[in-house]
Write a protein that binds this ligand. Structure first.
Ligand code: SF4
Length: 363
């Protein structure tokens, strides 16, 4: 049953350039395809039986910051409930201009997530992106000037060539700009990305040989947790950090199992009981292929989705019984901890979270 706390996700899988580590169903496509995609997205939004006004909207990509403002407006006008409590647009540094920022605000956007990834130029270049630390600083100024103070900066730990010193430089960048929200992702290189292929087959173009190992990447992550916490930006989810009160309302819905409706290629929806996934590729989406619907397994998901939150979960009595064995084992191993009926990952458990989550999945 969808309620008014639901969120809406719009997928815009087009980018100005393809990052070397990325293998999302996104990329650089001909303009014609992009136009057809926007029409299909508008049709999907129009066909939706809106019986509710969403609390949050999230435009993810790809790089939706390259959408023309008029096109963005036609999409957002099809979503009821404006002004939304939170409407986020993912932006690539280098695409934020005063005109665009003003246009975003006029369309109802009140939060921007910047895919900075690193403040170190050599690392940025190797990902295929073109911005500098100065670009990020200037564009944050532009956003604030337009009235968007709710800004997230994405960083990636484990980029090619990253060292303890260069990672510190990126964290210094956060300290200087003081955004209210930061996401830190540990790089997982997809074998099919350009960087992934170079790691498997050899080569020097994308810096595969200088990509930090898993242990070093985990150490970078731990440094970030400490540093951000000392800056007043504590971790509230495995990859997300925020000043209190600036947690992403939209992303919290995923971890709290609240409903959301997704539109566009590869968009996911959840109505409280059923999960639906739209066709993954732009071509399959445009061809009108069916979306895939599967029942949600809420008793398990409450664990492996909810445990991502730093606050942890409050298992029901029957769940304590059902998962008694893995809970005991992970508490003894120092990966989970309990307090006042709550269950949560320890700092070490966060680094081994996939192993922990595995135990809460029914084979
Ligand atoms: S990482 Fe993001 S911006 Fe880069 S190619 Fe992938 S989707 Fe596009």
């Amino acid at each position: 049953m969808v309620t008014s706390v639901a969120g809406v996700y719009l997928s815009y899988p087009f980018c100005a350039q393809k990052c070397t580590y990325c293998n999302f169903a996104s990329g650089v496509f001909p303009r014609e395809l992009e136009r057809s995609y926007v029409h299909a997205l508008q049709a999907e939004l129009r066909a939706h039986p809106w019986e509710w006004g969403p609390q949050t909207v999230y435009l993810g990509g790809g790089t939706p910051s390259i959408l023309e403002i008029d096109v963005l407006r036609t999409l957002l006008e099809l979503i009821p409930g404006a002004p939304w409590a939170e409407a986020t647009l993912e932006a690539a540094p280098g695409t934020v201009t005063p005109e665009r920022a003003r246009g975003w605000v006029e369309c109802g956007v009140n939060r921007v997530s910047l895919g900075v990834q690193s403040f170190v130029e050599t690392e940025i270049r190797r990902t295929g992106r073109k911005h500098t630390a100065q670009t990020v600083k200037d564009e944050i100024g532009i956003l604030q000037e337009a009235g968007i103070g709710n800004i997230n900066i994405d960083l990636i730990a484990g980029l090619s060539g990253q060292t303890e010193a260069s990672w510190r430089e990126s964290l210094d960048g956060i300290e200087r700009l003081a955004p209210p929200h930061v996401s830190v992702y540990m790089l997982e290189v997809d074998e099919d990305s350009r960087l992934g292929k170079e790691m498997l087959l050899g080569g020097v173009r994308y810096g595969a040989a200088e990509t930090p190992g898993d242990d070093q990447t985990a150490a970078f992550y731990e440094t970030a947790v400490d540093r951000l916490s000392s800056l007043g930006i504590p971790r509230y989810e495995i990859s997300n950090f925020a000043r209190p009160g600036h947690e992403s309302l939209h992303n919290l819905k995923y971890w709290k199992l609240e409903p959301y409706a997704g539109f566009g290629a590869d968009a996911h929806s959840f109505d409280g009981a059923t999960r639906r996934q739209n066709p993954e590729s732009v071509n399959a989406y445009l061809a009108g292929e069916d979306s895939e619907t599967t029942p949600a397994h809420l008793d398990e998901e409450r664990f492996f989705v909810g445990l991502r939150l730093a606050a942890g979960i409050h298992p029901a009595p029957e769940d304590w019984l059902r998962f008694a064995a893995p809970i005991r084992r992970f508490v003894d191993a120092g990966l989970l901890e309990t307090e006042n009926g709550m269950l949560r990952l320890t700092n070490r458990g966060v680094l081994l979270s996939n192993e922990v989550f595995q135990e809460f999945l029914t084979p």
